[in-house]
Design a protein around this ligand. Sequence first.
Ligand code: GAL
Length: 625
Amino acid sequence: MKRTLGVCYYPEHWPEDMWARDAAQMVETGLSWVRIGEFAWSRMEPQPGQFDWGWLDRAIDVLGGAGLQVILGTPTATPPRWMADKHPDMFAFDDQGRPRGFGSRRHYCFSHDAYREESRRITRLMAERYGKNPHVAAWQTDNEYDCHDTAISYSPHARAAFQDWCAQRYQSTDALNRAWGNVFWSMDYDRFDQIELPNLTVTEPNPAHVLAFRRFSSDQVVRFNRVQCDEIRAYSAAPIIHNFMGRITAFDHYDVGADLDISSWDSYPMGFLLDRMGATDEEKARYLRQGDPDFQAFHHDLYRATSRGRWWIMEQQPGPVNWAPWNPAPLPGMPRLWAWEAFAHGAETVCYFRWRQAPFAQEQMHAGLLQPNSDPAPALDEAAQVAREMGQLGDVGTATARVALVFDYDSAYAWEAQPQGADFDYFQLVFDCYKALRRKGLSVDVVPKTVDAAAYGLVFAPGLLTVPDYRGAGHVVLGPRAGSKTEEFSIPDGGAPDIQGLDLHVPFVETLPPFAPIPVQGGGAIQKWRDQLEGAGAIFQTASGAAAVRQGNLTYLGGWPDELFWARIIDDVTALVDIETTDLPRDLRLRDTDTHRFYFNYGPHPVDFAGQTIDPAGVYWEPLK
Ligand code: GAL
């Protein structure tokens, strides 16, 4: 398959006589795709029922005529002002019970039925009008579900929809009371319409209630997205894409991905490092202009799994952004490296955000490929370089890795509902494991927990709420906290953990503050969480009991490993299943494709490896032997 580059463009921000020149320069740069439309509702429908499609028709003609393929975005992330007047109760509510206001974007509640119908209406009109347009070669639904924390809403509409969701799931309040354990603190309900949302309670709400609400909130996003997909598919054969974000656990991306043809995500490595990752100051200083060496790759591997292998970068950071606490400029070479890394992980297309920096409004400090006055910004040349290099290298394919890592949104909701220790964060647990695997030079596929584990030699599945039957399926590494609850968030009848094939008993667990890790004999430590393990055979020990046990094809970790303990576990299990590892230098990462091994230097200094010196922000590839 041919890999391609693209860019995000806002024709409505620029005089019409600039469009043709912009389009020609995009093509000259080596770009093949242009995404437009996703925030332009007020210009498509300036007044309710009054449309102005002329400018969009012409923009598509000009861009398409220049040889670009258009990704057309539905504009539903930015309902215009008149929409708020028409539906004054359409706003999402925050967890303090306050409606979110007009004046930025994403101010709708996923449970507002009339807004969902408005979204269907505008999507249908666009699909009818452009569904057969030869230049419209892909669609984007909405923009970044959950951006600005908007997937979870505590509005009156959300409450009514949640009550309905509960009635459908549990059928009777008796069943719901039993499932949630509402006898505790006299929380029993007699009618579904008594059930409030789990905010504004005096102290912690029932975690089963929170878990149900999180599943419901996810289902609302899925439903909203599906409406748009159905409308588009009725008129167009072009693939449907949504642009996900980094480190978002507010909805199940596998469920949304099931309705898409292609998943994509918006990659802002430097913003994420300072904003979203919990990096130490030392890491922030070291990777300030590059981003974390694993964060992008993790999301590439995750989103590849959410729509059956097809995925893109819809927005790639080109220079400083405007929204992180600080917004430094990338090391020269990084906008090229980020694109190559995405291709090595199987991206079909990488689109830079945005073509030209806007001189006005919220994002006027956000870089583009061009400056506001149309002079080139530094990333323009790098994009052109990637385009040339792609032409020279040809297709490298996407390989299936030998190691899989499970990421499960349900487990994220569950442990957010009741972390038990202040820093027990499911995303971080899985991401720590991912980092450790990558430092061992392994290519990893992120997978849902329903994966056919037998297809992989080795599967890591830390921290799962409930554990599927993984007996006889390659080697599977579980724990900590795995299988410790039922689907409805109570302790299993037979005691925890409930894992088939593992005769393991955990009489108690404890959580640990950051200053109190427990050393593992031989090196490393467990931190944050400890399961007291009894039963299956110990393979690692602490002074107070087993740190990990093994039975058959299952290994169970009795705590959250630190970096050194992860490395020892990986050495141990990869030797068992005969997978080779390589200890990589701190800043270097690799990914194997079908034909090549790619190396990426995320560090601030040159790295010597594999007989090469790889410069900072350097990418090196060699054919696989
Ligand atoms: C993304 C968003 C874009 C733009 C960009 C700025 O989250 O989809 O519209 O705001 O961030 O970095």
